[in-house]
Design a protein around this ligand. Structure first.
Ligand code: G6P
Length: 615
């Protein structure tokens, strides 16, 4: 992962870079560093810890003047998080300096060759190998930096978004990309570089997203030059106008991004079906489906690939597609799918779900599927992201930027898009009558209001959180459409409070987890009216007999669970297939409040990152 930022132009680079790194901290936050060129030499400072630690250290350590600079916030892959392994890294001569997001897979053999040629290494990183390889090529061939970067990268196996500059040529930054994202902001005689556009949104709305295997030379006051790394061909720059605004990436009065994003769900879901769900006309309009309807109708099955929370959304979609559209669905962890020689045919549709659109395993899975002739449909949140670009067609979730590492609104908007798709296909296939279809549309339209209502449980959820915050284990149970919600609830708790939690199908409890139940064990059970309610009530009775503490997520007005459970949290009634959009809300709030009470870093939990661009 890691976040990279750079600037070359007429402004002071330091404030742009430090603020940019703070915005990119969702990508990694175990160490950070900056290198600035002050007109005479490179000033470099880096440290283990967060960008705030870097800021404090750096402002006492180096002068922060200069109109050219690069910065990095790290999520360690090669080498533990410490000062030395932090980026930027110098070449041996001290002339070149680099920041890198990605992994150089053949770094070990390259390093051995460089050691044989007399190079020494201070850090354990693959990045220090790359900058010395660039230096070696540059010296041996007596060529300019851009050419040296290109030749070096042709020897590299792996993934990278890099920015490099040479203190002897302080009028240019060379950037290149393969696998990891790299956006270039185009200002007036100035360039911004970043892993996403958020660091430069207040300076320019014009951006170029480099494609894989492209590099660019950014010269002060000169037009950008983009080339293919492999064959040196010049590429016409495609400048996009950014839709992002500053407000969307700030906390807006909430204590944490996660809470802001939980509360944004009613409007995010509305944005997801805006223009697509037309209940008056009783239609769903999704260009990605309409344009490829033949392919969808001819498909033998749908394979969903995703990771983390997006995988849970995929599991919900499996229930929805099979129930409504009667299309067989398989849901795969992208990381497993890509390495197990899966059977894929040209009649398969692969749906890739990804908030960031950059997850390396998901990207690799869809490349594999495409190579076997499958049709790939991307469900992404980040517009223009790698997965969105790599897919044959797709639908954006339009949730707006999600910054908290624990995914919330991305999950519910993914389910919303997938529900719209299933409904559209159900109608086309005739697996649903027009009155059922219309009923679903009308009910779906009420969901934002019902999510709003579910959010009103917040204060009560907080009191429940207070009672159970010191538990060391949690169990989450659900059935049918709400089994994946149980998995997601457990994941949320693990991610941000570091409490062990397991999600299970409620009926499977008796085959294992029941052995864990005692009077210390909180068990969150999703027991909404239409989801095999009686069966779940029986499961609750089994827990009760073993003295487990029951937190029931129930339909408003519930009676039976109320009698058995220690606590009940109500959500409004809706169609069974839509309940995940509501039952997930109290689970997000529960994990949020527990994490805050335990004084954990909610938005940046340890060891995690928002965008996992490494395998
Ligand atoms: C990381 C994030 C998770 C996310 C997963 C998949 O692990 O911390 O919140 O669910 O990646 O990310 P994607 O962007 O592909 O949805």
């Amino acid at each position: 992962m890691c976040g990279i930022v750079g600037y070359i132009g007429h402004r002071e680079a330091y404030p742009i870079i430090i603020k940019g790194l703070q915005r990119l901290e969702y990508r990694g936050y175990d160490s950070a560093g900056i290198a600035l060129y002050d007109g005479e030499s490179i000033k470099l400072s880096k440290t283990k810890g967060k960008v705030a630690d870097l800021k404090e250290k750096l402002e006492n350590e180096i002068s922060t003047t200069g109109t050219l600079g690069i910065g990095h916030t790290r999520w360690a892959t090669h080498g533990v998080p410490n000062d030395v392994n932090s980026h930027p890294h110098y070449s041996n001569s001290g002339d070149l300096v680099i920041i890198h997001n990605g992994i150089i897979e053949n770094y070990d053999s390259l390093k051995k060759e460089l050691i044989n040629r007399g190079y020494t290494f201070k850090s354990d990183t693959d990045t220090e190998v790359l900058i010395n390889l660039i230096e070696d090529v540059k010296k041996n061939e007596n060529i300019k930096l851009g050419k040296a970067v290109q030749i070096a990268l042709n020897q590299v196996v792996g993934a990278y978004a890099i920015a490099v500059f040479d203190k002897n040529k302080p009028n240019e930054i060379v950037v290149a990309k393969l696998g990891s994202p790299l956006a270039i902001g185009i200002g007036d005689d100035e360039y911004f570089i970043a892993s996403d556009a958020s660091p430069f949104i207040e300076y320019t709305k014009n951006a170029i997203y480099l494609e894989d295997e492209e590099m660019a030379i950014l010269r002060r006051g000169k037009d950008i030059k983009i080339r293919k790394i492999k064959n040196d061909a010049l590429v016409d720059p495609y400048v996009q106008e950014l839709q992002l605004n500053l407000e969307q990436i700030e906390k807006g009065g909430y204590d944490h991004f996660m809470l802001k994003e939980i509360y944004e769900q009613p409007s995010a879901i509305l944005d997801t079906f805006r223009g697509r769900l037309l209940s008056n006309e009783a239609i769903i309009k999704m260009a990605g489906i309409e344009d490829n309807m033949k392919r969808f109708l001819a498909a033998d099955r749908i394979i969903i690939v995703a990771c983390g929370t997006s995988w849970h959304a995929g599991l919900v979609a499996e229930y929805i597609f099979e129930d409504l559209a009667r299309i067989p669905v398989e849901v795969e962890y992208a990381s497993e799918f890509r390495y197990r020689n899966p059977v894929i045919t040209e009649k398969d549709i692969v749906i890739a779900i990804s908030q960031s659109g950059e997850t390396a395993d998901t990207l690799a899975a869809i490349k594999l599927a495409k190579s076997k002739g499958a049709f790939v449909f991307g469900v992404c949140n980040v517009v223009g992201s790698s997965i969105a670009r790599e897919s044959n067609a797709g639908a954006y979730t339009h949730a707006g930027p999600e910054i908290g590492v624990a995914s919330t609104k991305a999950f519910t908007t993914q389910i919303t898009v997938l529900t719209l798709m299933a409904l559209r296909l159900a109608r086309a296939k005739g697996t649903m009558s027009s009155s059922e279809f219309r009923h679903h549309l009308i009910e779906l339209e009420t969901i934002p209001g019902k999510v709003e209502e579910a959010l009103q449980s917040d204060a009560y959820v907080k009191t429940v959180a207070d009672i159970y915050k010191d538990a060391t284990n949690f169990l989450y149970l659900g059935r049918g459409f709400n089994f994946p919600v149980a998995l997601e609830g457990a994941l949320k708790l693990k991610e941000i409070s570091y409490i062990h939690a397991e999600g299970y199908p409620a009926a499977e409890m008796k085959h294992g987890p029941i052995a864990l139940i005692d009077e210390q064990m909180p068990i969150v059970v999703i027991a909404t009216k239409k989801g095999h309610y009686e069966k779940v009530v029986s499961n609750i009775q089994e827990i009760k007999s073993r003295k487990g503490k029951i937190i029931g997520i129930v339909t408003k007005g519930d009676v039976s669970v109320k009698e058995l459970a220690d606590h009940v949290i109500e959500v409004p009634e809706t169609l069974e297939s839509l309940t995940p959009l509501l039952t997930t809300i109290p689970l997000q709030l529960l994990s949020y409040h527990i994490a805050v009470m335990l004084d954990k870093n909610v938005d940046q939990p340890r060891n995690l990152a928002k965008s996992v661009t490494v395998e």
